[in-house]
Design a protein around this ligand. Structure first.
Ligand code: NAD
Length: 245
């Protein structure tokens, strides 16, 4: 039997993570029913069903995606890892598995959390737009797999088949419960390693408040319709002003 799908039933793959949990909380506030799919469960919330599993496991995904019409994919190994095989398995093969599972489960929309680093070649970008090409020499292997992941998701956008996709590209995300960005900066400063300035002190870097990143994801999801110009496209997401770094 085909489960009844409601446009307010969604799944957040990576929903136990920093961004994922903020997304889950906002979705609940907007009246969505949320399934979280993650290799770990880091909290409990009324209105959320947790499915613990690896996104490379299609059967496990299919269970979590029953009756779901909208999927947010914001799971990834930690960028600081040097485990190339893990990035390859999760970000590339795993994303293919997610897309297959979505097709089989009749999911209609997929919103991917990509990264602004997919266009970063190691040289300054100011007011960079989405028509910048993908980096030919990505800064690390994590980014290389984020590029492949984004291409896979955007290519899967197929109005005939009824699967619509879009990607959101944040850069550094900050906000409550941030496990990496601010804690690492503070720790580096405490150890006296921030006394040096690279360049003339006028370098800018794009940090985005987590609520704005979440807002961008939900706007993308809610605007994703067959006639919408956002189908199969990627969007940078940022605050109004970059931060002096
Ligand atoms: P996070 O580490 O807090 O969350 C990622 C979640 O993915 C974790 O809960 C983890 O358990 C889960 N996960 C990892 N491997 C999995 C697997 N095989 N199966 C199922 N779940 C798995 O990271 P985050 O900062 O919330 O990042 C979320 C997304 O945003 C990622 O795609 C990341 O590439 C992207 N991003 C983050 C930043 C940032 O500054 N945090 C910047 C740009 C892009």
């Amino acid at each position: 039997s085909i489960p009844v799908q409601s446009s307010k039933r969604c799944a957040v793959i990576g929903g136990s993570g920093f961004l994922g949990r903020h997304l889950v909380e906002k979705l609940l506030g907007k009246g969505y029913t949320v399934s979280v799919f993650d290799i770990r469960q880091s909290y409990e919330l009324p209105g959320v069903t947790f499915h613990q599993g690896d996104l490379c496991d299609k059967q496990a995904l299919l269970t979590a995606l029953q009756g779901v019409s909208l999927v947010f994919h914001c799971a990834s190994p930690a960028p600081a890892s040097d485990d190339k095989a893990l990035f390859q398995r999760v970000n590339i093969q795993g994303t293919q598995t997610v897309l297959q599972a979505c097709t089989e489960a009749g999911v209609q929309k997929v919103v991917l959390t990509s990264s602004a680093s997919v266009v970063f070649e190691g040289t300054d970008i100011k007011d960079g737009r989405e028509d910048l090409p993908y980096a030919k020499k990505p800064i690390d292997y994590y980014t290389e797999t984020k590029i492949e992941q984004e291409k896979l998701v955007l290519k899967a956008c197929d109005k005939e088949k009824g699967l619509l996709t879009v990607a959101i590209r944040p850069h550094g995300i900050f906000g409550p419960r941030d496990p990496q960005l601010v804690p690492i900066l503070v720790d580096t400063a405490r150890r006296g390693k921030m006394k040096f300035i690279i360049g003339d002190g006028s370098n800018l870097v794009d940090f985005t408040f987590v609520d704005n990143v979440v807002h961008g994801h939900i706007l993308a999801a809610e605007s994703l319709r067959p006639e919408s110009p956002i189908c199969g496209k990627a969007y940078h997401i940022t605050n109004d002003e970059p931060v002096r770094f």
